[in-house]
Structure formats: C-alpha cells, structure tokens
Design a protein around this ligand. Structure first.
Ligand SMILES: Nc1nc2c(ncn2[C@H]2C[C@H](O)[C@@H](COP(=O)(O)O)O2)c(=O)[nH]1
Ligand SMILES: [Mn+2]
Length: 188
C-alpha cells in the first residue's frame, strides 16, 4: 500500500522547511550564510556512503542519516543550549513523526522512516551510533569551514564533540580535521 498523492504532497510541503530552516547553532553564532537542516543531513548521507564497515548495514546508515532530523521540519532546530529538556525535545519530535505517519498513512515505507528515526534517537544499535558520530563530525567539518569563511572562532563546537567519536573511521577523520584546523590556524 502506498501513501495517497495528496498526503505525499502535504508531507513534501512540510519538509520543505528542512531546506529553508537555517541550523540554529550557526545562526546563534552570526554565521553569514548558514546551512539548512537539509544541507546537514545530505552531507551526513554522503559520509555514510563512504564508510566501509562489514559489521554495519550501510544502506540503513545512509537512510538513517537523511531522516534523523526530519521532525525538525515541524519542531525546528533545537540546540543543546536552547533550554529545552531532552525529554521535551523528544516528545515534540516524536509528535511530529506521528503527524507525518497520520498524513502519509501506516505504510511499510512510513514505518521504516519512523523506525529509523526512533532507532537513531535510542542510539543503541551500531548503525545509530555511527550516525550519531556523523552528526557530530559533519557539524565540526562545517564549523571549520565557517571559521574560514566568516573569520570566526567556533571553539564550542569542537569542545562539545572532543573525544566523543566512537567509530574508528570517524575518529581518524576527526583527527585529520583537527590537524587541518591546527595547520590552518598556524598559517594565519
Ligand atoms: N553552539 C553550539 N551549537 C550546537 C552544539 N552542538 C549542536 N549544536 C547545534 C547544531 C544544531 O543547530 C543543533 C542541533 O543539531 P542536531 O543535528 O543534533 O539536530 O544544535 C554546540 O556544541 N554548540
Ligand atoms: Mn543532526
């Protein structure tokens, strides 16, 4: 069974917000041309495609990456500093995912999207833990790029993720990024 075309169109118009909503962490730091939520999820999906780990379901990681912030189309992009409890944030985002389910119908495809979102939130499976790593890593890659473009120091993004990476490949990527940032600092 597929979702109704009318339901799909309503859903698509709602998730346009992911393309329009600028990520709050950058807006809060006065970044001139901040990326959107969709931009962030897209690069995470590409990152997931680059991970060659036979212990992981690669396709699941890619799909999880591109839906993990879907609820933000309704709830918005809430930062850790927004003063919203994790429980309240989860409840609002869970409500948004149920709204999507009501709109699209209880199909296998919609159940997969909601299930991937839920698995990411619970952060217990190896795939979810990798995508959590990519969420943080994509953010610090972007932070370095904004430090260069906007001539700003965005140290809090590096501090809040320091030592948090679990997957060996992402750890290696992060070490390379730190070296790149350090070399770039020294060349200024
Ligand atoms: N100023 C900071 N903002 C942060 C930090 N960690 C996350 N964030 C921002 C980035 C996004 O705008 C938002 C949540 O991102 P999700 O991908 O988890 O939805 O919070 C930080 O350390 N400093
Ligand atoms: Mn995210």
């Amino acid at each position: 069974m597929s979702s109704s075309p009318a339901g799909v169109l309503q859903f698509l118009h709602i998730i346009q917000n992911l393309k329009k909503t600028k990520r709050t962490g950058w807006v809060d730091n006065g970044i001139k041309e901040p990326e959107s939520i969709a931009d962030h999820m897209h690069r995470m999906g590409i990152m997931a495609m680059l991970i060659d780990d036979p212990s992981l379901n690669r396709n699941k990681c890619i799909k999880m990456a591109i839906v993990h912030d879907l609820a933000e189309a309704i709830v918005g992009d809430i930062t850790p500093h927004a003063g919203v409890s994790k429980e309240d944030k989860y409840n609002m985002e869970n409500g948004a995912m149920r709204d999507f389910q009501a709109l699209l119908g209880d199909t296998d495809m919609v159940r997969e999207i909601v299930s991937l979102w839920q698995e990411y939130e619970e952060a217990r499976t190896p795939e979810a833990l990798l995508v959590k790593d990519l969420d943080k890593f994509e953010m610090i890659v972007q932070a370095l790029e904004y430090e260069r473009s906007d001539k700003k120091l965005l140290q809090s993004f590096f501090d809040s993720t320091q030592g948090k990476f679990k997957h060996p490949v992402v750890k290696a990527w992060a070490e390379t990024l730190y070296a790149e940032r350090s070399n770039h600092d020294n060349s200024q």
